[in-house]
Design a binder for this molecule. Structure first.
Ligand code: HEM
Length: 122
């Protein structure tokens, strides 16, 4: 039985699990012809590190996100609601593939899905 101190981060396997999910997530995003163009010329190792920190923080892990605020990071990209939705679908698929429990996926989806107003400009 999970005690009160067990975070989602610990439940899913900590930093290694988060890095695995993030790696798979960007594989899916970059393989999506609707999305790949946004990432041309982007420093992917840095992006993955920041995304892993953000997800770890959302999961209650020890990491603290130290990237730009999400509104500033996505400003001027004209990201549509549809493209935002596709990114969330890939993230959920990567979490599921890694065997992350559905209740945890729901909380991650809620937290990151909630950033839509900062990211979508279209
Ligand atoms: C769940 C929604 C999303 C979250 C949580 C998210 C999170 C992030 C984070 C943490 C960064 C790194 C910022 C930094 O390094 O300072 C980033 C960068 C970026 N995101 Fe997103 N993002 C989301 C949706 C999207 C969508 C929908 C697109 C495009 C279709 C997108 C395209 C990009 C690009 C191109 C960068 C790199 C910007 C740069 O380094 O200049 N993101 N995002």
């Amino acid at each position: 039985m999970a005690d009160e101190a067990t975070t989602d981060y610990a439940r899913i396997g900590g930093g290694d699990a988060v890095r695995q999910v993030v790696g798979r997530f960007y594989e899916m995003v970059l393989a999506d012809p609707e999305l790949a163009g946004y990432f041309t010329g982007v420093d992917l190792p840095k992006l993955k590190r920041h995304q892993a920190l953000l997800i770890s923080q959302v999961l209650g892990g020890p990491a603290e996100y130290d990237g730009r605020d999400l509104k500033a990071a996505h400003r001027g990209m004209a990201i549509s609601k549809d493209h935002f939705g596709r990114v969330v679908v890939h993230l959920v698929a990567a979490l599921r593939e890694a065997g992350v429990p559905e209740d945890v996926i729901g909380r991650v989806g809620q937290a990151l899905g909630g950033t839509e107003a900062d990211i979508v400009e279209g």
